[in-house]
Design a binder for this molecule. Structure first.
Ligand code: SF4
Ligand code: F3S
Length: 104
């Protein structure tokens, strides 16, 4: 599966949702997640994210993100249509530790 990681927080560009063939993105207030059981590992979303926040979970150290994606995909609503990024997305793009600082 692919997972959404830290740099999506407070950016939420949403380019990813438009390309997913199985519509497995779920939307929270300031972050998106991928449903690990629905993702078919096609990889097309990865290069679409301007924040480079999407990664294959085969990369080391992504356990935490896999857990977060799996947890919230069960409670957040599905999102399939691109919307505007969050206010200040550009300024916050690349800031470290956004999940700890801003996630709500
Ligand atoms: Fe969707 Fe493919 Fe990305 Fe998985 S890897 S979330 S199936 S676009
Ligand atoms: Fe987030 Fe990137 Fe999608 S910032 S909403 S994972 S395009």
């Amino acid at each position: 599966t692919y997972v959404v990681t830290d740099n999506c927080v407070r950016c939420k560009y949403t380019d990813c949702v438009e390309v997913c063939p199985v519509d497995c993105f779920y939307e929270g207030e300031n972050f998106l997640v991928i449903h690990p059981d629905e993702c078919i590992d096609c990889g097309v979303c990865e290069p679409e994210c301007p924040a480079e926040a999407i990664k294959p979970d085969t990369e080391p150290g992504l356990d935490k993100w896999l857990k977060i994606n799996a947890e919230f995909a069960q409670i957040w609503p599905n999102i399939t249509i691109k919307k505007d990024p969050m206010d200040g997305a550009k300024e916050l793009d690349g800031e470290a530790g956004k999940y700890e600082k801003y996630f709500s």
